[in-house]
Design a binder for this molecule. Sequence first.
Ligand code: FES
Length: 109
Amino acid sequence: MASLADGAFVVLAYPPRDVLVALVDGAPVAIEDACNHAGASLGTGPRDGDVVACPLHKYRFSLRSGELLSPRRACAHQRCFHAVVLGPAVHVYDTFSLDVAHSPLGKAF
Ligand code: FES
């Protein structure tokens, strides 16, 4: 299984959403996995540094901020979450919720 340390994405269930987690410059970042344009999984799209391209229509989003980089104003920005690495697992949470999702122990790294 590919790991965050290898540059791979990890997609965690965070009902009712899925959250895409990546390492950017060694720090975990997290955005909603479903593209807000038409719902494709960004976790299956190609990555270029801190940018992910949607696999369906190639819109590009910042992994750091969820900002839609191109095409401008074609849809909204992606929702962001907080991601924290604790030991061998990564955890994500939303500041507006007490729920936490985490990777299976030892699977992310
Ligand atoms: S579904 Fe992602 S750009 Fe259209």
